[in-house]
Design a binder for this molecule. Structure first.
Ligand code: 3PG
Length: 306
């Protein structure tokens, strides 16, 4: 059994060692394709793989066509918008994610971005504190819950909106549930995005919604760039000189944003929310275990293309 780990953005070495150990124990072979720069490299490497572990790497029809032996692809992470699920199903390939495994890392980065923003990007001027501020957590999944836990340590008041999460789960975590995105954005000084990129959410963070936020608002994005309506964000930040945007996913309009809003906009050069040794170990080893469990026991618990 051949398992290809194809990561344009590689795991920490210690995580790859852990994956190798799991696969060795099962008698499977590990093949490694890291930092590839050309899709052709992935198409060649996947040709004889029975299983595939990826991160944000794109798995589309072309990759699935090239992967003639492939039975399972596991996205070592939460969001699986990089996998063409319908194409995977058509190719009889099981697609899985590893929910929760990297969520603390992403949540820590979200809080780090908040501190960076309220301290004026560490430029030496007086900023403000997070303590006492109202934080809006947009989607209360694994990352949102970790954000709430850490933000409470900072003394922030946490609110959350998530149409798919019962109020009780929020109140049990000391978070005030609100029942619409409009209410969340109107209420909170800082909003942290934790929604997936779906047909429903793409470009949903728009002028109308963001303009509800109070003076001095900050939007933090460690989710996906696609959920932002970028043109409308630019229009909003032009109209609202008080509005700040900090993100771990560089917008398509990064150059323009930097030119227009140098003091109020920051994007990491490469998405790094899940770039910690711990998150790589958790997600990478979970992916390897899920592959072994799938082949040995038929376990499809984390399948996302059912
Ligand atoms: C995820 O969906 O798990 C995160 O966005 C992390 O993505 P990455 O593995 O590409 O860093």
């Amino acid at each position: 059994m051949k398992v290809l780990v194809a990561t344009e953005k590689p795991f920490a070495k210690v995580a790859v060692d852990g994956i190798r150990e799991v696969l060795d124990k099962a008698g499977y072979e590990l093949s490694l394709l890291e930092k590839y720069t050309d899709k052709k490299q992935l198409l060649d490497a996947v040709a004889d793989a029975d299983a595939l572990i990826i991160r944000s790497d794109i798995v589309d029809t072309e990759v699935l066509d090239a992967a003639r032996n492939l039975k399972i692809v596991v996205r070592a992470g939460a969001g699986f918008d990089n996998i063409d699920l319908a194409a995977a199903t058509a190719h009889k390939v099981v697609a899985m994610n590893t929910p929760g495994q990297n969520s603390n890392a992403v949540a820590e980065l979200a809080l780090g971005l908040m501190v960076y923003a309220v301290r004026n990007f560490y430029n030496g001027t007086s900023g403000t504190e997070l303590k006492g501020k109202k934080l809006g957590i947009h989607a209360f999944g694994n990352v949102g819950r970790n954000v709430a836990r850490i933000a409470q340590g900072f003394g922030m008041q946490c609110f959350a909106y998530d149409a798919y999460c019962p109020d009780e789960a929020m109140t049990a975590a000391g978070v005030t549930p609100v029942h619409s995105a409009n209410e969340l954005y109107s209420t909170c000084d800082i909003v942290s995005l934790h929604i997936p990129a779906t047909a429903e959410t793409k470009q949903s963070i728009n002028y109308e919604l963001l303009n509800r936020m109070p003076k001095g608002a900050i939007l933090v994005n460690t989710a996906r760039k696609e959920v932002i309506h970028e043109e409308e964000l630019i229009r909003l930040m032009t109209d609202r000189q008080d509005f700040r945007y900090v993100t771990d996913i560089m917008p398509t309009t990064d150059a323009k944003m930097r030119e227009l809003f140098a003091a109020r906009y920051f994007a990491t050069p490469k998405k790094m929310g899940a770039q910690t040794a711990e998150a790589n170990i958790n997600a990478g080893i979970a992916a390897a275990n899920q592959i072994v469990d799938f082949f040995q026991n038929g376990n499809t618990r984390f399948q996302v293309n059912k």
